[in-house]
Design a protein. Structure first.
Length: 103
C-alpha cells in the first residue's frame, strides 16, 4: 500500500515540475515588454543563489559569528571592486583568524 502512494507522489512531483518548465514556453511566445516583469525575471537567479548561499555561509564554520563577520567583510570588499578570488581569500582568512581567536 505504501508503494502505491510513493509512486503517486513521484508522478505528481514529475507533473508539477514539468508544468512549471513547459507552461512559460507555451504561453509566452513573444518578447516580454513589461519593465517590472523583465526586471523581476532578471533578478530571480541572483535572489535564489543568495537565499541558498546565506545559510551555508553561517553553517560552514565552527563558529557562526566567524561566518557572519566574513560575510560582512566580503560584502565590503566586493563593494569596493575586488574580484571573486580576492574576496574569497579575504573571507577565508577572516574565518581562520576569527576561529583561532574565539577558540
Amino acid at each position: 500500500m505504501t508503494n502505491h502512494y510513493t509512486f503517486l507522489y513521484i508522478l505528481i512531483s514529475i507533473a508539477v515540475t514539468n508544468l512549471i518548465r513547459v507552461l512559460p514556453l507555451t504561453l509566452i511566445r513573444g518578447e516580454i515588454k513589461n519593465k517590472f516583469v523583465r526586471s523581476f525575471l532578471y533578478y530571480v537567479p541572483y535572489v535564489t543563489l543568495a537565499v541558498m548561499t546565506f545559510p551555508a555561509i553561517l553553517d560552514a564554520t565552527q563558529i557562526p559569528m566567524a561566518g557572519a563577520i566574513a560575510l560582512v567583510l566580503g560584502i565590503i570588499a566586493a563593494y569596493f571592486g575586488l574580484g571573486l578570488f580576492p574576496v574569497s581569500v579575504i573571507c577565508c582568512l577572516v574565518v581562520l583568524i576569527c576561529e583561532f581567536i574565539m577558540l
